[in-house]
Design a protein around this ligand. Structure first.
Ligand code: ADP
Ligand code: MG
Ligand code: ZN
Length: 607
């Protein structure tokens, strides 16, 4: 790591700049206080005295300063260096020059005011600049701790009870609290000490809130900073701030460091190639170094939050760094009701308000949206001078909020919600009925901004080679489940199935061209995928080995597979139409259906 060298380089650069500024200041200072004192030879001085042109002077051992008048009557300040001249006093008296002696401390005062103080001030200023730039030569100038703080350090009184819903995330955080309460005990009991915890979730889902509540529950200091605060000003500041942050955390340990919006510094370093950002990189390196460097048994946990985990540098996610990820998901209907209840405590609710209904009406909204709706409803009520916040106020607040969010694709209309419910039910039922696909764990219609981006979800390329043909066909059917359900129920299809179709087409084509599983075309590899091994790219160049005629055959065979799977899916869903309706209905009510409930619905008798 050439961190040290960089640092020295910065110190030198800054110092040179500083010296130039200092010289300029001194020049100005001298000009201001020193007036334009002329230096004259002692002989000239004597002449002026003889000609009665010296008005006054101050005599010391080292110099004589005074004022003389030139021929045109103008006054000049002068200074001259005296020589042995015992008769001077007599002469000055004879020519009526006003004169006084200067005590020998005079030159000291002069030195003090003329040089030491201005230089001292400039020196301190320099220290301050260097400190701020984080380039303090450690040990050399390690005094002057009055530094510029950008993080905030507090002891939050937020508790878990202030975070509604998010039960799963809370359970995961529980262990961190145990650890922070007594790090030594935790270690003795053999717990794996947490070091870095990454909270992942859409904006407004309560990540910051949860982090503060963690500190509040553990009753430890919470030292927080926002990622963007690192990437400001000039190079080196970010790294210095990281150092400050960890120093403060160590001082206050056990404690929590919280880096909000860590994606501002933690972006993949080589992304883009040309747009490397020196400052961000240094900051990130410093962060990695600090995380590797501290001993977790001291009781420091680094928490971070992001809504864009996919852009993070993989180095941040390695073991010993942010190796724990906690998903702070968008709340389901129950979670939304709890959040509403929590925020509604602060207002007086009208009798006609049913928070359950409001929760039903707000799919896809997050905690911040709901808090905002309660707030807005209260404001609307206040504007009307109503005594309570009534249903109509809530309705209006919801309308406003939803209208704003619909544009950003965050909220679903009831019609969209129904489409999605049937679409997902279709996938789930086909998945449940066919043996060749993985077990369906959970069906959900909550729009999952982040969860769907998830870095854990990958197309399992190796698995293709371990799959039987029948399994691949089952998988294609499951992929069609969503679209087919839409077709059966609404007689129309939506664009929501695009990704499914993409994947299904890929698989069907691979059966023919890459796995040699097609009867007509035989066990021949027609295409070899040249996927870069470690870089998942959406476009993988393919090597092909076939003629125009084979190409047509490939298309035809692919189409055959697709058609047969589509028809099979349709048959399955038509046979299970009542279950499809029931599952979709359940999803509309609860938004999430788990494995057990799915089984219940699938095994129930049609009436
Ligand atoms: P994020 O950091 O995920 O963007 P915040 O923690 O800043 O979200 O949440 C913003 C506000 O939304 C919080 O201050 C709180 O008022 C409200 N909020 C969000 N999630 C919840 C929740 N689960 N329970 C209660 N309030 C919440
Ligand atoms: Mg936040
Ligand atoms: Zn789908």
């Amino acid at each position: 790591m050439n961190n040290k060298k960089d640092k020295n380089y910065r110190v030198i650069k800054l110092s040179i700049m500083y010296v130039l500024i200092a010289l300029l200041l001194i020049y100005l200072y001298q000009g201001f206080f020193g007036t334009n004192r002329e230096t004259i030879p002692y002989s000239t001085f004597k002449e002026f005295v003889a000609q009665d042109r010296v008005k006054s002077c101050r005599v010391s051992e080292k110099y004589i300063k005074g004022v003389y008048i030139d021929k045109s009557g103008k006054m000049h300040s002068f200074v001259t260096i005296p020589v042995e001249d015992p008769k001077l006093t007599d002469e000055l008296i004879a020519h009526k020059v006003k004169f006084e002696g200067v005590p020998s401390a005079g030159w000291l005062t002069n030195l003090l005011f003329g040089w030491i103080i201005p230089f001292g001030v400039l020196f301190l200023l320099w220290l301050f600049i260097i400190k701020r730039a984080g380039a303090s030569g450690k040990g050399l100038f390690s005094f002057g701790r009055g530094r510029y703080k950008v993080y905030s350090s507090e002891r939050p009184d937020v508790k878990f009870s202030d975070v509604a819903g998010a039960e799963e995330a809370k359970v995961e955080v529980e262990e961190i609290i145990e650890f922070l309460k007594d790090p030594q005990r935790f270690q003795r009991l053999g717990g794996k000490m947490p070091k870095g915890v990454l909270l992942v979730g859409a904006p407004g889902t309560g990540k910051t809130l949860l982090a503060r509540a963690t500190a509040g529950e553990a009753e430890v200091p919470f030292i927080s900073i926002t990622g963007s605060a690192f990437v400001e000003l000039f190079v080196g500041v970010g790294a210095a701030r990281v150092r400050d942050l960890f120093a403060e955390a160590k001082r206050l340990a056990p404690s929590i460091i919280f880096i909000d919006e860590i994606d501002a510094i933690g972006r993949t370093r080589d992304a883009g190639g040309f747009t490397t950002h020196e400052e961000r990189e240094q900051t990130l390196n410093q962060l990695l170094a600090e995380m590797d460097g501290f001993d977790p048994s001291r009781g420091i946990v680094v928490m971070a939050a992001t809504n864009r985990p996919e852009v993070l540098d993989p180095a941040l996610l390695r073991p010993g760094r942010f190796d724990r990820q906690i998903l702070v998901d968008k709340p389901d209907i129950k979670g939304r009701e709890e959040i509403l209840r929590l925020h509604a405590k602060k207002i007086v609710l009208g009798e006609d308000v049913d928070l359950k209904v409001i929760a039903q009406e707000t799919p896809g909204l997050v905690g911040a949206d709901l808090a905002n709706i309660v707030n807005e409803a209260a404001l609307l009520a206040a504007r009307e001078s109503a005594d309570k916040v009534y249903k109509k106020h809530f309705e209006e607040a919801i309308d406003r909020r939803m209208a704003g969010l619909a544009k950003k694709n965050r909220a679903m209309s009831p019609k969209e919600k129904k489409t999605v419910a049937y679409h997902e039910s279709g996938h789930a039922i086909v998945g449940y009925l066919l043996k060749g696909v993985e077990v369906v764990h959970k069906v959900s219609i909550i729009p999952r901004g982040v969860a769907a981006l998830g870095f854990t979800q990958q197309r399992p390329t190796e698995e293709h080679y371990l799959m039987r043909k029948s399994e691949i066909l089952d998988k294609i059917c499951m992929l069609f489940g969503g679209r087919v359900a839409e077709e059966i129920v609404f007689g129309d299809v939506s664009t929501g199935a695009q990704n499914d179709l993409y994947a299904a087409t890929d698989l069907a084509r691979a059966v023919v061209t890459q796995f040699g599983m097609d009867e007509e075309l035989g066990p021949i590899i027609y295409e070899r995928e040249r996927r870069p091994l470690f870089l998942p790219t959406p476009f993988s160049p393919k090597e092909t080995y076939y003629s125009q005629k084979t190409s047509e055959a490939i298309d035809r065979e692919t189409r055959k597979i697709i058609d047969s799977c589509y028809n099979r899916t349709k048959k399955l869903l038509l046979e299970n139409r009542s279950k499809l309706d029931r599952l979709a209905q359940r999803l509309l009510e609860r938004e999430v259906v788990d494995e057990r409930e799915l089984k219940e619905i699938m095994e129930s008798k049609d009436t």
